[in-house]
Design a protein around this ligand. Structure first.
Ligand SMILES: [Mg+2]
Length: 222
């Protein structure tokens, strides 16, 4: 028996409703309006709620980027005493129907892979709305939706160890499926899980499979 750990954004759906970039490929996270809108909200949170200047926000973005730190929610909690929940509710208040198209194939995929778990660094307010737009919320209603509120998040291998514990299995029987190698696949690979790279090319490890879209998953696996 195999176990399947899915990322959400850029993995279960193509960014910006599958819009193409100049090369005719689906957009990456960095190319997406989704990321642009999300970071506009981050910027506006720091300016309107925490009285940062535009320049101070730019400096902070550069610093977080250089340190590879993606946890703004932890930063605001530690440095400004803002609860992560308040931060999430403000920044992630986006309408997923602007970025996400329903995909009927997903039902067949989750019915087939059966042992399904999501690990997302996005908060629950966003993850649950996306699952609803995708029409797959019933597959992830039994504790098998790990979201950004957890203290431990990707790329820490511990979050993948929690997945192994959830499934009561061994890492070698798990597949991690995602569009970002550094967060979704490398820590899983470190634990000897199998990995499936979606859309992007891997640079730092050899994934078990590379696919252009989640729609190719079943034909590749079975
Ligand atoms: Mg992703």
């Amino acid at each position: 028996m195999n176990y399947f750990i899915y990322d959400i954004d850029g993995t279960l759906y193509d960014f910006d409703k599958g819009e193409r970039n100049s090369e005719g490929k689906t957009k990456s996270y960095d190319e997406s309006d989704f990321k642009k809108d999300l970071f506009q909200n981050v910027r506006s949170f720091f300016i309107s709620k925490l009285n940062y200047s535009e320049e101070a926000v730019d400096a902070l973005f550069r610093k977080m980027d250089a340190e590879g730190d993606k946890k703004f929610s932890v930063f605001v909690q530690k440095n400004h005493g803002v609860s992560r929940g308040d931060y999430f509710n403000y920044v992630w208040d986006l309408d997923p129907s602007k970025y996400v198209s329903p995909n009927e194939n997903l039902n067949r995929i989750f019915d087939t892979t059966k042992n399904n778990l999501i690990i997302s660094n996005a908060p629950r307010i966003w993850a649950s709305r996306v699952l609803e737009v995708l029409g797959i919320e019933e597959y992830f209603s039994s504790g098998n939706l790990f979201t950004g509120e957890l203290e431990i998040c990707k790329p820490k291998p511990e979050i993948f160890e929690m997945a192994v514990e959830y499934f009561k299995t061994e890492p070698t029987k798990c597949y991690s499926i995602g569009d970002q190698e550094d967060t979704d696949l490398l820590p899983a690979n470190k634990l000897k899980m199998k990995t499936i790279m979606v859309r992007n090319k891997s640079k730092d490890h050899t994934p078990t499979h590379e696919i252009d879209s989640i729609n190719e998953l079943l034909e590749r696996l079975f």
